[in-house]
Design a protein around this ligand. Sequence first.
Ligand SMILES: NC(=O)c1ccc[n+]([C@@H]2O[C@H](COP(=O)([O-])OP(=O)(O)OC[C@H]3O[C@@H](n4cnc5c(N)ncnc54)[C@H](OP(=O)(O)O)[C@@H]3O)[C@@H](O)[C@H]2O)c1
Length: 325
Amino acid sequence: MRAAVYDRHGPAREVLRVEDAERPEPGPGEVRVRVEVSGINPTDWKSRSGATPRPIDGFQIPHHDGAGVIDAVGEGVDPGRNGQRVWLWMAAAGRRWGTAAEWTVVPEGAAVPLPDSASAELGASLGVPAMTAHRCLFADGPVDGKTVLVAGGAGAVGHFAIELAKRAGARVITTVSGPYKAELAAKAGADLVVNYREPGAAEQIRSFAGPGGVDHVVELALGANLQLDLAVLRPGARIVTYAAEAADPVLPVRACMTANVVLRFVLLYGVPPEALGQAVRDITAALAAGALTELPVIRFPLDEIAAAHEAVEGGAVVGKVLIVP
Ligand SMILES: NC(=O)c1ccc[n+]([C@@H]2O[C@H](COP(=O)([O-])OP(=O)(O)OC[C@H]3O[C@@H](n4cnc5c(N)ncnc54)[C@H](OP(=O)(O)O)[C@@H]3O)[C@@H](O)[C@H]2O)c1
């Protein structure tokens, strides 16, 4: 099969190569998937570059996320799963067989049925972003009736945070940096979209949230946004942070104490298995209900995987970068 492979950490063009590799066979409890679309997330380039290195077991085919069709099942797996359309999550976590190849093998629980109504592009966009969004929203209970602020509502995680929060009965405010991203965030269902780079963002959020203030923030830039967050939160509100900035912020402890704020951090690799299982069930139900949509997609052929990684790494892409093997 054709596969993208690296065997050491480094820049995309230096370490990623596309070559013929042996097609993997599913072991006990595993399924093999003919990959239709492979999704790239920031964690994939960070693992490959060594920015946040993950161990390489001889070689690594990158990418956790993808969508495709099961074409072989291992011992103990229901043969009825053959031919099933699936979306994939965490395919490359502690395993060689990421989704940037014509085939991958994953534990059967990491291949989740994809409804016919959902495109392969949407299926390949879900894993890391939607599961992270789910954890950031629900780690401490339901958000029904709450006012949730999602930072960066046109980003991959932000997009699904808006859609999952709306489906869960929250009022959703989101921040963006310009009109096109505002359009995407509104389309995802945000009740209020605010440009965080313009003056008056806090006032707009406060006036929409009402006297109680914001209950819950899904945050990706704690240092950059903490003043804004503290200006709009109700006492005792939560800030759930899922991304690290280039430099760690200095925490204004007294201001946080005054707000009685609760800080939580989320890293998908360490989320408890039962919470991941709940995320898979909730995302599946949301998909079936048509409540999840895809961002605009930017497709690259497998041979151009280095360019695709550079696009994600450059951070200027609006939408989701996908590989078609
Ligand atoms: N903890 C985890 O398990 C986990 C899981 C998934 C992702 N992540 C991390 O989360 C980050 C985002 O991932 P992603 O896939 O969602 O990336 P993405 O699709 O590129 O989205 C990032 C979004 O954040 C916006 N943004 C940047 N600075 C902002 C600020 N100060 N306030 C509001 N919005 C801001 C960007 O737009 P503008 O710059 O135009 O505002 C962009 O729309 C990455 O660093 C990734 O590594 C962590």
